[in-house]
Design a protein around this ligand. Sequence first.
Ligand code: B12
Length: 336
Amino acid sequence: EWPHTGRLALYLLGLRATCPPLSPQRSLVTWLKYYLEEDWRGSRRHGHPLTSYYQYGLGVLALCVHHKRVREEVIRRLLTAQHHGRLGHSGNAVDTEAVVALAFTCLERRRLVGTGLAAELRAAAHRASRSMAEAQGPDGIIGNIYSTPWALQVFLATGVCQTEPAFGRAMAALLENLEAFGTAATMAQVLPVLHGRSYLDIASMHCREESDTLTPMDIEPPTEVPGNKTVQLVVECPLPWCYELRLYDRLVPVPAAASLLDVLWAAAALEPHDFKFHTQDTPQGPFLTQVLGLEARQEKRNYWQLLTAPNMPLQMGIADYRPQDGETLILRLSEW
Ligand code: B12
C-alpha cells in the first residue's frame, strides 16, 4: 500500500477551507504525519519519497496550514532536494517547485520553525519565485498553462506580485486561456489565483457566516460535430525490456468530436481485437495505466506518456484531448 500523502493533504486543505463548525480533523492530521514518515522511508532506498516530491510538499503545506509542526529533518529533505534540483521530473518541475515553495513560505510565516531555518526557507522560496519568473515564456506562460496558476500562487504568497513584472504577464495569459480549465482538479488550482489568493490564505481565513457560493452550474452538453475523422494510433516501448520499439500502428476512424479515449475504444473494437487498454479513475479524470497488456508500474516510475507526433507531450489526459483529423497520437511507455 502506497502512503496517501497527497490525497489526504488536499483533503485537509479543502476541509479547512470550508470552515467546519467542529474540528474533526485531529486524527486525520496525525495520519498525515504518519504518511509523511512512510513516504520518506521509501526514499532511503530510492533517494526520493515513495509518492513524489509534489505529494510530500503538499503534505508539509497541509500540516502547516493546520498549524502543526513537522520535524526539522522533514523540512531539510525538501530544502536539500530543491537545492540539488531534484524536484522536477518529465516537464512537471514548475508544479512541484511551486508546491514546495508554498510549504516553505507557510512554515516561515507561521513561525513554525526557528529563526535560522526561517531565513533559509525565505531565501529558498524567493529563489524558487525568481526561477519561475525566469522560466516565463514570451506568451506569459510559466511551464505550461496548468502550472502557471501554481507559479502565480508563489508570487502571491511570497508577496512579490507588486514588483514582479512576470506576475501581470502570467495573469494575462491565464485570463486569455481560462477555457483550458475545464476539470475540477484544474479549477481548484486556478480559482484562488483569480481571487488574488494562494493556498496559504486558507491558514488565516476568518470563518464567518458566509453565503453559500458553491452553487452547481448548468453545464451545457458538448455541441455535436457532424462527420468523421481518422487518427493514427501508435504504441511505443523504448524501454530496454521491450522486444520491439513500435508495438502498434494503425489508422482509427472515429466521429469528428471524439476524444483520445474514444479513439482508444474505437481501436479496441477494430478487428482482430488486438488493441487493449486499461484506465484508472483519478480526480484528474481517467489515467491510462495499461496498453497491450503492458502495465506502467508506479514503483518502477514508469507511465504511459501521451504524445502527438512527432514528439510533443499532450497537456491533457485521454478524456479531455480531442485530436484533429489526420493527427498521429503516440502512447509511449516512459520513465519519470
Ligand atoms: C506527478 C504528476 C504526474 C506523474 C504521476 C505519477 C506519480 N506517482 O506521482 C506522471 C509523470 C505519471 C504524470 C503523468 C501525466 N501527467 Co501529470 N502531473 C503530476 C503532478 C506534478 C502532480 C500530481 C499529483 O501528485 N497530485 C496530487 C495527488 C494527491 O492527486 P491525485 O489526483 O491522486 O494524483 C494522481 C493522478 O492525478 C495521476 N495523474 C498525474 N498526472 C495526471 C494527468 C492526468 C490527465 C490524469 C488523468 C491523471 C494524472 O497521478 C497522480 C499520482 O498518483 C501534476 C501537477 C498538478 N498541477 O496537478 C501533473 C498534471 C496533473 N499532469 C498532467 C499531465 C498532462 C499528465 C500527462 C497526460 C502527460 C503526458 N503527456 O503524458 C500524463 C498522464 C498520462 C496517462 N497515462 O494518462 C497535467 C494535467 C493537466 C490537465 N489538463 O488536467 C498536470 C496538471 C501537469 C501540468 N502542469 O500540465 N503526472
